[in-house]
Each structure stands twice: as C-alpha cells, then as structure tokens.
Design a binder for this molecule. Structure first.
Ligand code: NAD
Length: 359
C-alpha cells in the first residue's frame, strides 16, 4: 500500500526517537512491499523559536495531507515559563482539537524481563495487558474559559455532552469486543453530575454491545485496584481528567516511561501517534534515549491508520524478542550492566522485524 506519514519530531529527545521509528517504518515498507513517504514539520519549542507559534499553520496544512502523524515530544526548560504567552504544550492541544482527536488509546503492558524496574511485586505484574481508552477533547480541560475566578476563588467546569461520551464509549466497546469482551468504565457518578451523564450514556451504548461485559468503577477505587490487581483489567474507559491521572499511574507497571506508546484518533482512520513520555531534556543529545515507546507508537500507526495488523505485530514481536535477548537501553538496564544507545537498540529491533511472525 501507499501511505504518507508526517513526522513532528519536536524538542529534546523527540528528533532522536522519531528518526529511529522512521527507520523501523522504512524497513517494514521494504520488507512487506509498501511505499511510505515521509514529510517533516515543526511543533513545540522549536516552532516557537522559528516562527513564534508552537503549531504553525504550515504544520497543520502538512498534517492534513497525511494518512497519519508520528510525533516525538515537546517542551523543555527553555520554554517552561508558565506565564509565557506561547508554550510548547499549546501546540499539542491545538493539534488534538484541530483534528478532533477525541479517543486516546494507551496500551500498558508489563514485560517480565523488566519486572524488577517496576515498583510492584513481580507476581502482581504477571499478565498485565491493559488498553486505556481516554476521552481527549472534553471534560474539565475544555470547560468554559470565561469567569474562572473572582480573586479569592477559582473554578473549572467539568462538562460532557452525551455525544462526546457516546463516541468514545463506542471506541472502547469495539476494542473490548476485539480483545477479551470485558470493559471497565471509570467515573465518579456518586458525586458529579457530569459523571452521572457519563455512566448513563455508557449504559446506553452498552445495549449495542450485548457481547461485552461492562463494569462501572469509581475512579478512586480504580486507582487502588490498578495497583492491587492490575492483571484483572483489560479495556478501561475514562474521561479526560481521570484518564490522564490513571494512565500515568499505570505507566509504572511497564517498568519505564520509555516503553509506552499512544494513539489519538478521530472518527476516521487519521491519528496522531506518540510516546507518552516527554522530551527528556536531561538526556537529550546523548544518544541514549529509549526508542521503544516511539517504535511501538509506529506499530499502532500501522494498526489503526493503515490497517496493517500483521506489520504492527511484527514490530511488537521484534521489540519483545530484543528485550528477551537481554538488550537494554540505559533506562531499563540493571545498574552496572552494559546498555545500548538509541540507534544500536533500534538496529536490533530492525534485525528482528520479519514477515511471517506469529500472529
Ligand atoms: P519526561 O517524560 O520528559 O522525563 C521524565 C524522566 O524520564 C526523565 O528522567 C527522562 O530522562 C526519562 N525519560 C523519559 N523518556 C525517556 C526515554 N524515551 N528514554 C529514557 N528515559 C526517558 O518528563 P519531564 O521531565 O517531566 O518533562 C520534560 C519536558 O517534557 C517538559 O517540558 C514537559 O512539559 C514535556 N512533556 C512533554 C510531553 C509531550 O510532548 N507529550 C509529555 C510530558 C512532558
């Protein structure tokens, strides 16, 4: 197949890790007979420096010509003044809003080989394989921006419409149907009106999916269960705020931030794919960043935007194989053990991406 992929490397380690994911995608294209074309555009701090805008119109126009976008990370100390009129993160929010990327998929998997890097007991981590579906364009982050304070008081508005809940719930039910047939919906329906609307709407959507077993869990209980019984979860649906917090909490289950990919999707096949970690300014330019989260984001891009399931699995399988072989980047290496740089680790992944992997 032919596809156009726009890359937005961004700041810090962004360019280093995106370059490696692109190498993997080029290798997949040549191995499986596809033609992928790549075009790069600016986002984040580097775009502020160049044109004073974290998401220039030219970047939006370039993304609009793409089948999918692969993003690195934005931000860094140079642009971290919270009172600055333009900040790198504004570029991310604008990108999500512009393309109506309302469904954020975040798979969290435990790797037995890395269990000692996670703060939980190894036996609790066995078999952890969760897909979080987080609503991304509503909730308290997008409540009315007028009159949010009067001096001694400040407020934000948690707000959801039935349609916003319905469309993201369908994404979660579809995912649950493809996976274990189980879905947990997270809310705070005992206290918040917007969350009662959330629960009511999820229950309505559930009628379209009689084959999926739906359970509702209050967010505070979910935060606790995720640490006590993480392996019991399969697909977890949450609003923007609760999903933000729970996915960061769950990220510790994987052993390192450098392992976790994400996809942000709209109603069609277009999506923005990015690691969940930031621009890691402390290690930028050193060639030691872990490229796995970005490489696995590229695999999600193949799966969700290009519908290339076998190729996606080939990448995921290659990452598993390389980790099982003992290869490590610095963030997941045992203290005192040797580690590979970003490029060398990717070389190993590329060497293991082969057609005909077990699917
Ligand atoms: P961070 O995720 O960048 O880094 C946290 C720690 O994890 C650091 O020690 C870093 O070295 C390490 N780390 C992260 N990714 C790694 C990788 N791939 N390989 C090895 N180690 C890795 O979070 P932070 O330090 O809080 O934020 C740094 C900057 O990134 C800030 O400007 C923040 O606003 C921005 N940020 C951007 C995004 C995004 O672009 N989506 C997300 C989070 C933070």
């Amino acid at each position: 197949m032919q596809a156009k992929i726009v890359t937005l490397p961004g700041d810090g380690i962004g360019p280093e890790i995106v370059a490696q994911a692109v190498r993997v995608l080029r290798h997949v294209a040549s191995t499986y007979g596809h033609t992928f074309t790549f075009e790069e555009a600016m986002i984040g701090g580097c775009a502020i420096d160049a044109v004073g805008n974290p998401l220039p119109d030219s970047t939006l126009a370039t993304c609009a010509t793409a089948d999918a976008v692969l993003l690195g990370a934005v931000g860094g100390p140079k642009w971290s003044d919270p009172t600055a009129p333009v900040r790198p993160e504004q570029g991310l929010l604008k990108l999500r809003q512009h393309f109506d990327l309302f469904a954020n998929l975040r798979p969290v998997k435990s790797y037995p080989a890395l269990a000692k890097h996670a703060p939980l007991r190894a036996d609790l981590l066995e078999g952890v394989d969760i897909l979080f579906v987080r609503e991304l364009t509503g909730d308290v982050y997008f409540g009315p921006r007028t009159e949010q304070g009067d001096g001694d008081r400040a407020w934000d508005t948690m707000i959801y419409t039935v349609e916003e809940v319905r469309r993201v719930a369908r994404v979660a039910f579809e995912a649950a149907r493809r996976r274990s047939g189980r879905l947990v919906s997270v809310d705070k329906a005992n206290v918040l009106a917007s969350m009662r609307l959330w629960r009511r709407t999820v229950n309505e959507v559930a009628k379209e999916y009689p084959d999926v077993k739906l359970e509702h869990v209050l967010v505070d209980a979910c935060a606790m269960y995720l640490m006590r019984y993480p392996a019991q979860y399969d697909v977890v649906l949450a609003g923007n705020l609760f999903g933000d917090i729970l996915t960061d909490e769950a990220s510790v289950l994987a052993g390192s931030l450098g392992m976790l990919p994400s996809a942000s999707l709209n109603n069609g096949t277009f999506g923005v794919y990015e690691p969940i970690h930031g621009s890691a300014p402390d290690i930028a330019g050193k060639g030691i960043a872990n490229p796995i989260a970005t490489i696995l984001s590229a695999a999600m891009l193949l799966r969700h935007s290009l519908k290339l399931e076998q190729e996606a699995q080939a990448i995921e399988q290659a990452v598993d194989t390389v980790l099982l072989s003992g290869a490590r980047t610095a963030d997941i290496a045992d203290p005192g053990s040797p580690s590979l740089g970003t490029v060398e680790f990717t070389d190993q992944v590329i060497a293991h991406v082969r057609p005909g992997v077990r699917v």
